[in-house]
Design a protein around this ligand. Structure first.
Ligand SMILES: [Fe+2]
Length: 446
């Protein structure tokens, strides 16, 4: 007898209580609330032959993009593959997808999860894994359009409808449709105050539109909903810190770094990313961040040979440059050179973005601003290829603008400032850059 989960997806496993329990674990992941892995481990202990539980565990760990979790992903994929003879088509596709991810083919993995979500439009887990895959691949429009494909199958009567709206809101935001993104994100966040992804989508809209005061108020007002158990609270606190920086309140941003963003001890790559990118922005603006770079660089150093994800490597490089650690910078570049000649998604990212980015950042660190611009400028049009959000990749624009001003290149500085002012005309940071650029010697005519 075929059984079904609470959204009507066929499940091969024969125990209803396990299927119901796994549904509850999925919902934790959909809301990014703690701790789906502890819960699924409990289910697996009682139901070791439940293939979807293993596929879930593998997928959740794999899409954390942290080599530290790789051995556990390998275990879960092996357990799931051993159960394939009992699995149905949907489950087999889930296992194939996470196997592809583990083997380094993130594009195929994302495509496979996407195919599951088209064949089973209410398979919210497949949709979320594909959404996260699109994020790490920098497929901005697919963040929107993959969700749009299944929207006709969802309405308020289907459990988890708000999570689909939250994902769609983020996709709309990354695709530049801020008005619709904000409306749908706010609606989803109101449906479930714990839904960190919906909150995140709204935060991104406010960030991209330079509505710093509104953004700070929005996140602060909702924090008691998502923060207590959010798996990515550190990232929402990072967004709040960005609003503080744009509101010219660096001390508040540093306070968040000390009390919230670092609260997990920077135990995983995703936390380290936010630590790096916050300190980098503060440092570029000339704020003293004390010895925070040294501590952060030490954490990143344990991953320096990973060659796992170029986006992580570039953010590690920020810490090595911030700490002034030339040896670590050279080693990080050597890791990327090694990764760049491999095959697969990670190699492409290392070759096209990671390596030139790290070389440019190292040049910036040694005060060679011309070389920094030489390496970083070509990345502005294609940095999406190594994933992340527009807000995260804004780091390239920040660094180029600061490099051009320090180099005294009026034409470049004016151009970068004009670009920034076009979408955040009121930002105090952008206006300060505009003032500094205007004081440079004019570019020679002709
Ligand atoms: Fe974000």
């Amino acid at each position: 007898m075929t059984r079904f989960d609470k959204r009507g997806n066929p499940v091969s496993y024969g125990r209803s209580e396990a299927i119901d329990a796994l549904d509850r674990v999925f919902d934790l992941l959909h809301a990014y609330q703690a701790d789906p892995l502890a819960e699924v481990d409990r289910i697996i202990a009682d139901h070791p032959d439940f293939v979807m539980a293993h596929a879930f565990r593998a997928g959740a760990l794999a899409t954390a993009t942290d080599k530290a979790f790789e051995s556990e992903v390998i275990k879960s994929v092996a357990a799931a593959e051993a159960l394939l003879p009992r699995a149905n088509d949907r489950e087999r596709m889930h296992v194939s997808a996470v196997r592809a991810w583990l083997d380094g083919d993130w594009e195929r993995a994302t495509d496979l999860w996407g195919r599951v979500s088209m064949a089973y439009p209410r398979d919210l887990l497949a949709l979320q894994f594909a959404h996260v895959g699109d994020f790490f691949l920098g497929h901005s429009h697919m963040l929107r359009d993959r969700i749009a494909r299944v929207l006709p199958h969802w309405d308020r009567s289907v459990p988890g409808h708000g999570f689909v709206e939250g994902m769609y809101a983020f996709g709309l935001e990354e695709a530049g449709d801020y008005e619709q993104a904000e409306a749908r994100g706010r609606e989803a966040a109101a449906l479930n105050r714990q839904d960190g992804w919906a909150v995140h989508a709204v935060a991104h809209v406010l960030e991209m539109q330079g509505r710093a005061a509104e953004g700070a108020d929005f996140l602060a007002a909702g924090a008691d909903g998502w923060a207590p158990n959010s798996l990515f609270a550190f990232h929402l606190w990072w967004h709040l810190a960005l609003f503080h920086i744009d509101g010219d309140d660096a001390p508040a941003a540093l306070k968040l770094f000390d009390e919230k963003i670092s609260a997990g001890g920077f135990g995983q790559a995703l936390e380290l990313l936010d630590g790096s990118s916050l300190l980098w922005r503060l440092s570029l603006l000339g704020h003293d961040v004390g010895d925070r770079w040294t501590d952060l660089a030490a954490k990143w150093a344990t991953r320096i040979d990973d060659a796992h994800y170029a986006f992580n490597d570039v953010n590690a490089m920020l810490a090595f440059v911030g700490a002034g650690d030339r040896a670590a910078q050279a080693r990080q570049i050597a890791t990327l050179e090694r990764a760049a000649i491999e095959s697969g998604t990670g190699a492409m990212m290392s070759r096209e973005i990671g390596l030139p980015a790290c070389e440019g950042l190292a040049a910036f660190g040694r005060g060679d601003y011309a070389q920094a611009i030489e390496r970083l400028l070509p990345l502005r049009g294609k940095a999406n290829r190594f994933g992340g959000s527009h807000a995260q990749r804004d780091m390239f624009s920040w660094t180029l603008t600061e490099a051009a001003i320090r180099l005294g290149d009026r034409a470049l500085a004016d151009a970068f400032v004009a670009e920034r002012l076009s979408w955040k005309p009121k930002s105090p940071i952008n206006r300060a850059w505009a003032t500094r650029a205007s004081r440079l010697n004019p570019a020679p005519a002709g």
